[in-house]
Write a protein that binds this ligand. Structure first.
Ligand code: ACO
Length: 437
């Protein structure tokens, strides 16, 4: 018998089945032949939250959660963060190779060319309430781009697809900057194509009456590094949303909006905002032990701690911690850092967190840097979303080019009643008890 196989005995029928194992996995569809009789649907796997199910083959991002390793297209995140710009990394994620000098120049110029937003989109954004959450603004506006570029729905034409990819990467910072300025009551600043991707974003955020905005190079580099660290992360909740919605052949604007909506949740990208709320709630270093005790007693979570895949220190958090020091030399130290360091120290020595392998994740220190740079916590998840657009689109392209992929459509295990007799309105019992569930 071939070694790379799995033999299963169905104790219901005493039948034996031999299934191939490939890349450490069996195909769930191979289980369907396991039946108790001709009317049996066949065996399924039950895996709520995809705890142990690979939904695709991918060559974009590699994570070894036990060893704290993260690589894009085979390159360690540490090397990319130290030596690349975000646009180089976006190119790597999308095309599989780092760009040559000529390719990078062309790529950067294409992106710069598409940073301008259609006036319809600027007007659309003006309509948001003064206190609208910038993530809500980003999600809705990215979706609204679909109305400006209807040709985007031809997702089968690779050239057309690339055009929309360039537009999305180029326009994400422009939308984010307007969302920020809207909350401050400032008019929008148009892009400056002489500036790099991140410097231009900073100009659109913070330029006031000066003729040209000049970004502090340390802060610009730090933000670009944060963009690199957030660019992709394998099959996380929002990448899965991107693939799932994209599998219906929805256009890339609506699909990216769906992914951004997934990112907004506090268990995912929204955690960076929640970390700052938590640090505010703790208030001072001496209150940390009491807060940790409360969490251990089941009251809330340590936001910015824990990860579905990393059971070791998140390698991105390590780089962010170093970046924080460089930023604080320019901005002055964020007092929240001391609370965060104390929280990390206490948690990493505590049995509760050790036993559950809970370490700081990417969101634990990023908010402290963003705040020191002058961002309000509401903007933090938007800052995560800007670079992640590149990762989502790389995942989307890979999904569309994969001949094995079809519309994503999980199965369910039915827990409702068997067929029931219909009751006319005047014969129905009160539904009050069922509404409570
Ligand atoms: N604080 C305290 N306890 C925690 C935390 C935390 N942050 N995270 C997990 N736990 C505990 C759980 O209560 C559970 O304990 P139990 O075994 O006694 O029931 C155990 O650790 C396992 O946790 P799960 O919830 O099963 O882990 P899961 O993989 O489903 O969740 C998640 C991962 C959502 C990231 C979780 O750790 C969490 O909520 N963290 C806080 C939010 C956060 O920082 N999210 C950002 C993640 S990174 C990103 O998306 C960019």
């Amino acid at each position: 018998m071939a070694q790379d196989t799995l033999t299963i005995i169905d104790n219901r029928t005493q039948q034996t089945y031999t299934l191939p194992i490939e890349n450490g996995a069996i195909r769930a569809m191979d289980l369907r032949q396991i039946k108790t009789g001709p009317d049996d649907f066949g065996l399924m796997t039950y895996d709520p939250a995809f705890m142990n199910t690979a939904s695709c083959r991918s060559s974009i991002t590699f994570i070894d959660g036990e060893r704290g390793i993260l690589r894009y297209r085979g390159y360690p995140i540490e090397a990319l963060a130290a030596q690349c710009t975000f646009l180089e990394v976006a190119y790597l994620l999308l095309f599989g190779e780092l760009p040559t000098e000529a390719e990078l120049t062309r790529w950067a110029s294409e992106i710069a060319h598409h940073t301008v937003l259609h006036t319809a989109i600027e007007k659309f954004m003006e309509g948001f309430r003064y206190n609208a959450h910038p993530m809500g603004m980003l999600v809705s506006t990215v979706a609204a781009l679909s109305s400006v570029y209807p040709e985007a729905n031809d997702i089968h034409d690779p050239e057309n697809r690339l055009h929309q990819i360039v537009r999305l990467i180029a326009k994400a910072p422009s939308i984010a900057a307007i969302a920020y300025r809207h909350s401050k009551g400032f008019p929008c600043v148009h892009p400056d194509s002489e500036l790099g991707y991140t410097e231009n974003f900073m100009s659109m955020l913070w330029k006031m009456a000066e003729p040209k905005y000049v970004a502090n190079p340390v802060l610009a580099r730090a933000l670009d590094t944060l963009f690199i660290l957030h660019a992709d992360h394998e099959q996380n909740c929002s990448a899965n949303a991107m693939r799932s919605v994209g599998s219906a052949h929805t256009d890339p604007y609506l699909t990216t909006a769906a992914a951004a909506a997934a990112l907004a949740g506090p268990l995912h990208g929204g955690a960076n905002e929640a970390v700052l709320q938590m640090l505010d709630e703790i208030g001072a270093k001496q209150n940390v032990p009491a807060y940790v005790k409360k969490v251990k007693a089941g009251h809330g979570k340590l936001m910015g701690f824990g990860h579905r895949v990393y059971k070791n220190y998140d390698p991105r958090a390590k780089i962010i911690k170093q970046t924080a020091e460089q930023v604080f030399e320019v901005t002055g130290r964020n007092a929240k850092l001391d609370i965060a360091l104390e929280l990390e120290r206490i948690a990493l020595e505590d049995d509760y967190f050790i036993k559950r392998k809970l370490y700081p994740n990417v969101d634990f220190y990023s908010g402290i840097i963003y705040q020191a740079m002058g961002f309000t916590p509401k903007m933090f998840t938007v800052l995560f979303a800007i670079p992640r657009v590149a990762g989502w689109l790389a995942q989307w392209q890979e999904m569309l080019n994969d001949p094995e992929q079809k519309i994503a459509r999980p199965r369910q295990i039915w827990t409702g009643p068997e067929v029931r007799e219909f009751a006319p309105l005047n014969k129905r019992a009160s539904a009050a008890s069922s509404r409570e569930t």
